[in-house]
Design a protein around this ligand. Structure first.
Ligand code: B12
Ligand code: SF4
Ligand code: SF4
Length: 280
C-alpha cells in the first residue's frame, strides 16, 4: 500500500516526526455496529464492511473528523492540536492501546471490553500534557479462542504473530487493490463480500451483542443507508455488475460522493464483481 511506504513509513515511526510539538493524545472509539437481526434484514444478497453502512451510510472519515474537531473546539481551545483518523501517518490501533482502550485480538483488531471491535479509531494530538488519570494497558482477553483464525476464508491471520497478511485479506483485494485485477485470495469467489470483510469480527465473542450489555440503537435506516441497500445489498452479483457498467464513472462519483464507495469508484466495484461472475 503506497500510503504506508516511503516518507509515510518514517513519519509513522514516531508521533513527533509527524507532529513535532506532540505531548499527549486523547483517543476515541466510534462505535458503528448493529446487531445480528439488523444485518440479516439488510445484507440480503451481498455483504459490505459494516463501517460503510454504520455511520448512517456516510464515509466515516468525515463524520469522525467533524466529531473530533468539535471536541477539540470545546475542550482544547488553549492547545495546538491535530485531529486524526485513519489517513494520518499514525498507528491508530497502537495509540488507542496505549490509551488503555483495548487489546489486540488475534485478528489484529483493537478490541474493547465494553463495545467489542466494531469501532473506528480517532485521536486528538496535543502540544500540552494534562493532569488526568491514565487507564492502565488492557490485558489480552482472547485466551484459548481461535474463532477468527478458523473462520478467515483466506487464511490471512497468522496465529503466531497475531497479525494479518494484507495481501490475503479480502478488504485489501476489494478496497485497496482496486486498480489491479490479479487473482483474488482464497475463497473470494464463493464469498458474499463485495467490499471489505467482517468475518473475523463477526465470529468474535467480544462482538456478540446478544448476550453483552451493549445498548441497542434505533435502527431506522437513513436515506443514504436505504440508497446503499437498494443498490448494493439486494441484487444478485451479475445484475449489480450490469447496472454499474451502465453508469459512467463520473455519474458514479456524483451518486456515491461522501460514501465509502468513492474510494474504489465504479471500476473497482466492477473488478470485485467480475470474479464473482466467473463462478456462475
Ligand atoms: C492499512 C490498513 C488496512 C490494511 C492492512 C491491515 C493490516 N494488517 O495492517 C487492510 C486493507 C487489509 C485493512 C483491513 C481492515 N481494516 Co484497516 N487500516 C489500515 C491502516 C490505514 C493502517 C494499518 C497499519 O498500519 N498496519 C500495520 C500494522 C503493523 O499495524 P496495525 O495494524 O495498526 O496494528 C498492529 C500493531 O499495532 C501491533 N502492535 C503495535 N504495538 C504493539 C505492541 C504490542 C505489545 C503488541 C503485542 C502489538 C503491537 O499489533 C497490531 C495488530 O497486528 C489503519 C489506520 C491507521 N492509520 O492505523 C486502518 C485500521 C487498522 N483499519 C481498520 C478497519 C476497521 C479495517 C477492517 C475491519 C475494514 C473492513 N471491514 O473491511 C479490516 C480488518 C482486517 C483485519 N482483521 O485487520 C480500523 C481498525 C479498528 C480496530 N478496532 O482495530 C483502523 C485502525 C482504521 C481506524 N482509524 O479505525 N486495513
Ligand atoms: S477481514 Fe476477512 S479476509 Fe481479512 S483477516 Fe478478517 S476474515 Fe480474513
Ligand atoms: S475471535 Fe477469539 S481469538 Fe479472535 S479476536 Fe476474538 S476473542 Fe480473540
Amino acid at each position: 500500500m503506497k500510503y504506508l511506504e516511503g516518507e509515510k513509513q518514517s513519519l509513522r515511526e514516531n508521533l513527533k516526526n509527524y507532529f513535532p510539538e506532540f505531548q499527549s493524545a486523547f483517543s476515541f472509539l466510534f462505535d458503528y455496529r448493529a446487531d445480528k437481526k439488523f444485518l440479516q434484514d439488510n445484507f440480503k444478497q451481498n455483504r459490505i464492511g459494516g463501517y460503510t453502512f454504520g455511520f448512517s451510510g456516510r464515509d466515516y472519515h468525515q463524520h469522525i473528523w467533524d466529531s473530533l474537531e468539535s471536541i477539540k473546539d470545546k475542550y482544547f481551545k488553549d492547545a495546538t492540536a491535530k485531529t486524526v483518523c485513519d489517513t494520518a501517518p499514525v498507528l491508530d490501533r497502537d495509540l488507542a492501546y496505549r490509551c488503555g482502550l483495548g487489546w489486540f485480538g488475534k485478528n489484529s483488531m483493537l478490541i474493547n471490553r465494553h463495545v467489542g471491535s466494531y469501532v473506528m479509531i480517532g485521536h486528538i494530538l496535543l502540544d500540552k500534557k494534562y493532569q488526568i488519570e491514565i487507564a492502565p494497558f488492557e490485558t489480552d482477553h482472547c485466551g484459548q479462542c481461535t474463532r477468527c483464525i478458523d473462520a478467515c476464508p483466506t487464511d490471512a491471520i497468522d496465529p503466531i504473530s497475531r497479525t494479518v497478511e494484507s495481501t490475503k485479506c479480502v478488504p485489501y483485494f476489494t478496497i485497496e487493490k482496486f486498480k489491479d485485477d490479479s487473482i483474488p485470495p482464497g475463497n473470494y469467489q464463493k464469498m458474499d463480500e463485495i467490499f471489505g470483510c467482517d468475518i473475523c469480527q463477526e465470529v468474535c465473542p467480544w462482538n456478540d451483542r446478544s448476550f453483552r450489555y451493549v445498548e441497542t440503537k434505533n435502527y431506522d435506516l437513513s436515506n443514504d443507508q436505504q440508497k446503499i441497500k437498494k443498490m448494493f445489498l439486494e441484487k444478485p452479483n451479475d445484475e449489480l455488475k450490469y447496472e454499474l457498467e451502465g453508469i459512467s464513472k463520473k455519474q458514479f462519483k456524483r451518486d456515491w460522493k461522501n460514501t465509502s464507495f468513492e474510494r474504489t469508484g465504479r471500476d473497482g466495484l466492477i473488478k470485485n464483481l467480475k470474479w464473482k461472475n466467473k463462478k456462475n
